[in-house]
Design a binder for this molecule. Structure first.
Ligand code: ZN
Length: 310
């Protein structure tokens, strides 16, 4: 793995976190957060999403944020794209990677995107074709995200066979990453082992990432379960910034700082310096208008005798 890391941590607070809160960060505040977190050693940051500004005004400056983030040495700059228009904006922006999520749950896909799962897969195929038709974009990585793989607020349970079938169809399109998401925090460790075993087998050489929310407090337990079966890429949000539109008051993504502490304590190198990460967290928190942050490590610090992974 790049930079001698055992586990790849992708910060998504600047996208998943910011889109779920009411505070609007200025472009400069986003960029300073990104610079500080990159300086702490976080190798990839999802800096925004190319969605219509009317839908998510917090993300309206994504092109400028990408431009600024591209000046940060060594940082992998990624963005979320929901459709072809977003993908074209992402290609034009110069971002290194775009993450395209589709919903495994048919009900969620219809209600959120007004598209069937099959139509969303066609959209993804069209984005892959667009890249193939434009040699100048050959180096841009495209990740496929399987949202609501662990359950959905509309359909409730999502069947493993549905996750498997979507993963198979996405893997055939040869994305640069398959990301499996517990979008609403329904997942548990046993389910993680089951789902990731299947998806890793389907993915073959394609790297597999996990996207967990800590809505019900099982986020890090789910990470441990995913690690056990071989997942080595995790999304997380600094200070757990964010929330869940379906559960007011609930926490957001798993907490980057707690995740890094856990991995380093387990002997898994992340390349991230915890002191600098906490400094980046303080900077981010200064910009919040009363929105809560989460996490335990920030209050307790490292245990006596702690040695980071080497
Ligand atoms: Zn999420």
């Amino acid at each position: 793995m790049e930079g001698n890391r055992d586990v790849w941590v992708r910060e998504v607070g600047t996208r998943d976190g910011l889109q779920s809160i009411t505070t609007q960060f200025s472009t400069e505040a986003k960029l300073e957060w990104i610079r500080r977190e990159a300086a702490a050693g976080v190798p990839e940051i999802e800096v925004g999403s190319f969605v219509p500004p009317k839908m998510l005004p917090q993300m309206a400056d994504t092109a400028e944020v990408v431009a600024g983030a591209l000046d940060v040495d060594g940082l992998n700059v990624s963005v979320l794209v929901p459709n072809m228009l977003g993908a074209q904006a992402a290609f034009a922006s110069g971002a290194h990677q775009m993450n395209f999520p589709l919903s495994v749950s048919e009900a969620h896909s219809q209600s959120n995107l007004r598209k069937s799962v099959a139509e969303a897969i066609d959209d993804f195929a069209a984005i892959m074709t667009y890249r193939n038709d434009h040699p100048e974009y050959a180096g841009v990585r495209i990740a496929a995200g399987l949202a609501t793989s662990f359950g959905c607020t509309i359909a409730g349970q999502v069947a493993l066979k549905d996750v498997v079938s979507v993963a198979e169809r996405m893997a055939e399109l040869k994305p640069d990453e398959l990301s499996v998401a517990d979008t609403v925090g329904y997942g548990n460790p046993a389910q993680c082992r089951e789902i990731f075993r299947e998806v890793l087998a389907i993915a073959g050489d394609i790297p597999v990432a996990a996207h967990f929310h800590d809505t019900r407090g099982l986020g890090l337990a789910n990470v441990d379960a995913a690690l056990e079966v071989g997942v080595r890429r995790f999304d997380a949000s600094l200070g757990g910034l964010g929330g869940c539109p379906f559960a007011p008051g609930a926490s957001g993504n798993i907490v980057t700082d707690d995740l890094v502490f856990m991995l380093e304590a387990m002997g898994l190198k992340t390349g991230v310096d915890l002191d600098l990460l906490i400094e980046a967290r303080s900077y981010m928190e200064q910009h919040l208008n009363g929105e809560p942050t989460h996490g335990a490590f920030v209050n307790a610090g490292v245990p006596k005798g702690f040695v980071r992974a080497s």
